[in-house]
Design a protein around this ligand. Structure first.
Ligand code: MG
Length: 161
């Protein structure tokens, strides 16, 4: 059986924080605020995968009230999810994701992001796609107040017993 899940995340853009997307540090005046490294792209991917295996959401697994996850590398959280997927007998078919960020442009970083995400999931980079788009000056994304990401994951479920 094939199962799918969706993920969506938003983080505020602030001065004095690094901008980390898909585990890649991107040069920027503003970075993302959050309890962990605030990697909005990786969080959306995690939620999509947890959704696909019916395992809740990122907040349940890695609560922002837990000191263990303060400043956490979100790729490390993704590796935890990869282990959970394997434990439950699922295989990831593919992940597709979109980051929405007004600036800087992410084109030159997309390949590195897909490689990092795929490596954390022990997949070839062709199984993880990363797209980038802008807010076109509209709303909180366009005003550079935040960044958002959405993702969809497809997994192959274990054979029915
Ligand atoms: Mg998040």
């Amino acid at each position: 059986m094939i199962a799918t899940g969706i993920g969506w995340d938003v983080h505020r853009l602030v001065a004095g924080r690094p901008l980390i997307l898909g585990g890649v540090r991107v040069e920027s005046e503003l970075g993302l605020e959050g309890h962990s490294d605030a990697d909005v792209l990786t969080h959306a991917v995690i939620d999509a995968l947890l959704g696909a295996i019916g395992a809740g959401d990122v907040g349940e697994h890695f609560p922002d009230t837990d000191e263990q996850w303060r400043g956490a590398d979100s790729l490390e959280l993704l590796r935890h999810v990869d282990a959970l997927i394997a434990e439950r007998g699922y295989h990831v078919v593919n992940v597709d994701a979109t980051v929405i960020l007004e600036r800087p442009k992410l084109g030159e970083h997309k390949q590195a992001m897909r490689e990092r995400l795929a490596a954390a999931l022990e997949l070839g980079p062709d199984r993880v796609n990363v797209k980038a788009t802008r807010g076109e000056g509209l709303g909180f994304l366009g005003r550079v107040e935040g960044a958002a990401a959405l993702a969809i994951a497809t997994v192959e479920a274990p054979a029915a017993q």
